[in-house]
Design a protein around this ligand. Structure first.
Ligand code: FUL
Length: 479
């Protein structure tokens, strides 16, 4: 019989979860009537004629995303105000009654096409909370919502993600809606089986805050109860019936440790996404033009999310022209430039290594350096501790080490220690906890030829598919 920990170690991602995780970094685009009213939440009574992005250029959005190294884009096709960025056949409250493109435009299509042409993935945000539609609060609203999902999921090519927010406030008639989540999921699985359903969905977990904070130990294997829609906002307009407070909640700090999973009936693969905005608001406000997050802040969030076994969903709100503002665009280009130059040259690509134990030839330790995500080193089943000595073949200066588990086999590593050899003495470099899909370890630059990785705790037996060593440009400039 397997132990509970062994069972946890055997839980693996679905193909759609793995494909999503590999995107690592992608954008959120909040755009709609709020862009023109300077609001964060529209009331639903906005006149569609206010929507007129005269300089709208989907290619500019995609180019900005690509300059930062993003591999996807998620568009707010409909936010809480109910205004649709595509000419839905099921409502008049959409671009078709705006002056934009003479009422003949389809913004979702232009963005989806630009993503495809630019080689990035396209995803949709569709707010279940609708402050405009009169059907809200009745079962016919659920039908309306499913009809809209079908439109979005059948007319715009491949969709990588459907992003659901749990907001459930009152509609124009003062009623609240009982959402038919299972019915929504069915439509998505039917129309876009490869798309992940995020946040209020079964595939991708909300990290628990909108500020860009990440956990030190991010587990993708967590109690199944987290899968329930539990994005409860502090705002009084959102419902919190207290039901969720008794159970594991995506805001909890400790979700996947041995303690956190002990005694839980069912565990699942449910990886985290970190979502935040480049500015204080989700929608564009001219008053925030000087509050674009600094390069330092964004890099930090990037390293802690993408480099902390999560993905990074960064919101870039286009302005009234329909363009991503110059300040945001400039910051994205700087961010991309820094990330690209940091990870350009892996100083361990020709390294040699030895491990305390190797399962067999297929899992030899040189698998760490072959650049192939599907090959991996591992010791024998049941070996929870191991250490690997890496010889870079010559002394190198570095400040960043990337570690990757082979998550197709599960997430198992709980604690590792990195050291470097300095004149015959092993000196501490850094310690960290979980690794999962990717852990980016950063430290003050050191010069060394030998590095030692000690896996101090793991579940069942660890796997590692990559060990990469880099020097970031900041350290180059500083030295
Ligand atoms: C929240 C919404 O209420 C915000 O307006 C925004 O869309 C954010 C991503 O999710 O719940």
């Amino acid at each position: 019989m397997n132990s509970p920990i062994q069972n946890a170690a055997r839980i693996v991602p679905s193909a759609r979860q793995l494909a999503w995780q590999e995107l690592e970094f992608y954008s959120f685009i909040h755009f709609g009537v709020n862009t023109y009213t300077d609001k964060e939440w529209g009331l639903g009574d906005e006149d569609p004629t206010i929507f007129n992005p005269v300089e709208f250029d989907a290619k500019q959005w995609v180019d900005v995303c690509k300059s930062a190294g993003m591999k996807g884009l998620i568009l707010t096709c409909k936010h809480h105000d109910g205004f649709c960025l595509w000419p839905s056949a099921f409502t008049e409250h959409s671009v078709k009654n705006s002056p934009w493109r003479g009422g003949n435009g389809d913004l979702v299509k232009e963005v989806a096409d630009a993503c495809r042409e630019g080689g990035i993935r396209f995803g949709v945000y569709l707010s279940p909370w609708d402050r405009h539609d009169q059907r809200y609060g009745s079962s016919s609203y659920n039908d309306y919502f499913k009809d809209q999902l079908r439109e979005l999921l059948t007319q715009y090519g491949d969709i990588f993600c459907v992003w659901f927010d749990g907001a459930c406030g009152e509609g124009p008639n003062g009623l609240k809606q009982v959402y038919d989540w299972d019915g929504y999921y069915e439509v998505i699985r039917e129309c876009q089986p490869n798309a992940v359903i995020s946040v209020c969905g079964p595939d991708v977990r909300w990290c628990g805050n909108e500020a860009g904070h990440t956990r030190e130990s991010e587990w993708s294997v967590v109690p199944a109860e987290l899968q329930d829609c539990e994005k409860i906002q502090e705002n009084s307009q959102h419902v919190d019936d207290g039901e969720f407070s008794k159970r594991a909640n995506s805001r909890d700090e400790n979700l996947g440790s041995r303690d956190a999973i002990a005694g839980k009936d069912k565990l699942i693969w449910y990886p985290a996404e970190v979502n935040t905005s480049i500015r204080p608001g989700w929608f564009y406000h001219a008053s925030e033009d000087e509050q674009v997050r600094s390069l330092e802040e964004l890099l930090n969030i990037y390293y802690k999310s993408v480099g902390g076994n999560a993905t990074f969903l960064l919101n870039l709100p286009p302005d009234m022209r329909g363009l991503i503002h110059e300040n945001d665009a400039r910051r994205m280009a700087e961010l991309g430039q820094t990330i690209r130059s940091t990870f350009q040259h892996n100083l361990a690509s020709n390294a040699h290594a030895s491990a305390t134990e190797v399962l067999n030839e297929n899992h030899a330790v040189d698998r760490l350096f072959d650049g192939n995500k599907d090959t991996f080193w591992c010791p024998r089943e049941g070996t929870e501790h191991a250490s690997i000595e890496i010889d870079l073949k010559e002394e190198q200066t570095f400040d960043t080490i990337v570690l990757k588990e082979q998550v197709l086999s599960g997430q198992r590593i709980e604690k590792v220690r990195l050291e470097y050899l300095d004149q015959g003495i092993w000196k501490p470099l850094i310690e960290c906890t979980t690794i999962g899909y990717k852990r980016i370890c950063r430290f003050t630059p050191v010069s060394a030829r030998h590095i030692r990785l000690t896996i101090e705790e793991s579940r069942w037996f660890p796997t590692l598919s990559a060990f990469e060593v880099y020097l970031s440009p900041r350290s180059v400039t500083a030295s």
